[in-house]
Ligand binder design. Structure first.
Ligand code: ASP
Length: 576
């Protein structure tokens, strides 16, 4: 027996006999009748089984999450009991067949949002039956279809790249896989297909894309998983603007197809310097304003010691805050690298509280610059530039959450952050490292700074795609000149031998006729998370790990037996 249609598509069969297949969402017994809510991925319908129905005995077996086939007449519910849509209808059962029995579910699916996440993950097959989860994964599938259709039409070629490979430098720790055939040696799982997609450009494919699984052994957060999906793209004979332009059209296409949302084009562009200076983040949430106000010059050389000599002093204008709220915001600032969070409350033409006794003379200028209203609060971070702006950036986001500031803006705001620095100085190791990855091209005007005292000022042709304060994509124009590549390796302290040993194959390829090229990768899970309005990427991944990197359902990672280890030439240290 075949089902007539998915439950959600039954409406046109009103008045007819239909066959349904699905899960028992709920069973209730009332006045001798049995009421079954039958559910599939498209909807739920109420089935009524009358005491004298030939279906009654079988229906009486049904419990929550049993799989059943039900035949009956689809009819309009009595007036006054209609709930709109399919809820206007019910099925009067004539035949019921149990297709699959179910143990008592580990949790009530209806209450899934109140259940501990670890329980949901352990019984993920049940959790995935919840309509929220089904909607999220169906949205994800539609996004994949939209991406594929767009990129195919634009001449992109889908190519798969290996999972078992060598380390790719994306700045995280590698996951290693021991080799049996070359015992004592290891593959690395790719942190991204970076080198392979560049090799595809060298090989002449011109435009490439892939929904690529990537692996990074990092500490986990709500928007990170050890294995995750990138929409990876690369294009030949392009400059930065060409990449950005097609990405904007692709993003607009995906939002239109999947959510029916029109994103205004082009997306605003901010330099890294600007984004940090104004919002204290290289992925600023621009659904709301709340820009920093520059204060460095106002306090420079003045009487307030803590600000007088600071490289950077910035302020935020907040509404009236309680002491408790200020303390909480100070905690956020400290957590993000600030020594503290100075504050003032406006009262008349002056200030009270916080650092008010130090600002007497500059009070009028403070009011003029910030426009802080009566009763409003000024919050300050001061110190080394990056530390000060980052800490105040975190406070800005805390104010967003405290006052629901994002709600007044557009539901989705996409922007570019461009002109990232090429190099990043790592205080711990007192050495330079790459900011994006070592194959990113420097700005042509800045190449001469390599190897000089000013190499920290070199701008990269690198860009990030930012959605609602999340980095949902990042890429760059690549170095295609082997000499510049050598300069870059030198700048990050990588010797020729080291570079050859790690990337010899790639350097040979680079010297074999390389077109100018560039690309980008989208953090696909993160994008879908924001589009679905979910709080974590785990909500849009079918079988994720928990926040300790554990797959609670399958039980991974797990110990393996000694013979298996011996075969791959690996010994586990005692006590580990
Ligand atoms: N491979 C880079 C990343 O994973 C993306 C890119 O540069 O295209 O961030």
């Amino acid at each position: 027996m075949k089902r007539t249609a998915l439950i959600g598509q039954l409406a046109p069969y009103s008045g007819q006999t239909v066959t349904l297949q699905g899960w028992v969402n709920r069973r209730r017994d009332l006045g001798g009748l049995i009421f079954i809510e039958l559910r599939d991925r498209s909807g739920v319908v109420q089935v009524q089984v009358e005491p004298d129905s030939p279906a009654f005995a079988e229906a009486d077996q049904l419990r929550a999450e049993y799989v059943a086939e039900i035949e009956g007449r689809l009819q309009l519910r009595p007036e006054g009991q209609r709930k709109g849509g399919l809820g206007d209808h019910e099925v009067i059962a004539t035949r019921v067949k149990v297709l699959g029995v179910a143990k008592t579910p580990a949790f009530e699916l209806d209450k899934g949002d109140q259940v501990a996440e670890d329980i949901r993950l352990k019984y993920r097959y049940l959790d995935l039956r919840r309509p929220e989860m089904q909607r999220a994964l169906m949205l994800r599938s539609r996004a994949v279809a939209a991406v594929t259709a767009f990129l195919e039409a634009e001449g992109f070629i889908q190519v798969e790249t290996p999972m078992l490979t060598r380390s790719t430098p994306e700045g995280a720790r590698d996951f290693l896989v021991p080799s049996r055939l070359s015992a004592g040696e290891f593959y690395a799982l790719p942190q991204s297909p970076q080198l392979f997609k560049q090799l595809l450009m060298i090989a002449g494919f011109d435009r490439y894309y892939q929904l690529a699984r990537c692996f990074r052994d990092e500490d986990l957060r709500a928007d990170r998983q050890p294995d995750f999906t990138q929409l990876d793209m690369e294009m030949s004979f392009v400059e930065q603007d060409d990449v950005l332009e097609i990405q904007e059209r692709l993003m607009a296409h995906v939002f239109r197809e999947v959510l029916g949302v029109e994103l205004p084009l082009p997306f605003p562009r901010l330099s890294y310097q600007d984004a940090m200076d104004r919002y204290g983040s290289d992925k600023p949430d621009l659904r709301f304003g709340l820009e920093f106000v520059e204060m460095t010059d106002l306090f420079a050389g003045g009487g307030f010691k803590a600000f007088a000599s600071a490289a950077s002093v910035k302020a935020l204008v907040a509404p009236e805050l309680t002491r408790k709220q200020i303390d909480e915001l100070e905690r956020v600032a400290k957590q993000n690298g600030a020594g503290g969070l100075a504050w003032l409350r406006r009262e008349g033409e002056g200030f009270t509280g916080g650092i008010s006794k130090f600002v007497g003379e500059v009070a009028p200028e403070l009011i003029a610059r910030t426009g802080v209203p009566e009763g409003g609060t000024l919050l300050f971070a001061a110190g080394e530039w990056k530390k000060a702006v980052s800490a105040l950036g975190a406070v800005r986001l805390a104010l967003r959450d405290l006052f629901g500031l994002a709600a007044a803006g557009p539901a989705f705001h996409v922007s570019w952050v461009v002109d990232f620095p090429q190099l990043d100085y790592d205080e711990d190791s007192a050495s330079w490292t790459y900011m994006h990855h070592p194959f990113t091209a420097p700005h042509p005007d800045d190449v001469a700074l390599f190897g000089t005292a000013r190499q920290g000022e070199i701008r990269a042709q690198a860009y990030d795609l930012v959605l609602n304060g999340f980095e949902v994509g990042g890429g760059s124009v690549r170095i295609h000149d082997p000499e510049v590549q050598a300069q870059m390796f030198a700048a990050i302290g990588m010797s020729d031998e080291d570079a050859r040993e790690k990337f010899g194959f790639f350097l040979d390829a680079l010297a074999s006729g390389t077109p100018p090229h560039g690309g980008i990768a989208w953090g696909f899970d993160r994008l879908i998370m924001v589009m679905a309005g979910a709080a974590s990427i785990r909500e849009v991944i079918a079988f994720p790990k928990n926040n300790r990197g554990v797959d609670l359902m399958a039980g991974a990672p797990s110990a393996v037996d000694a013979p298996q280890l011996a075969e791959v030439g690996v010994a586990v240290l005692a006590g580990e």
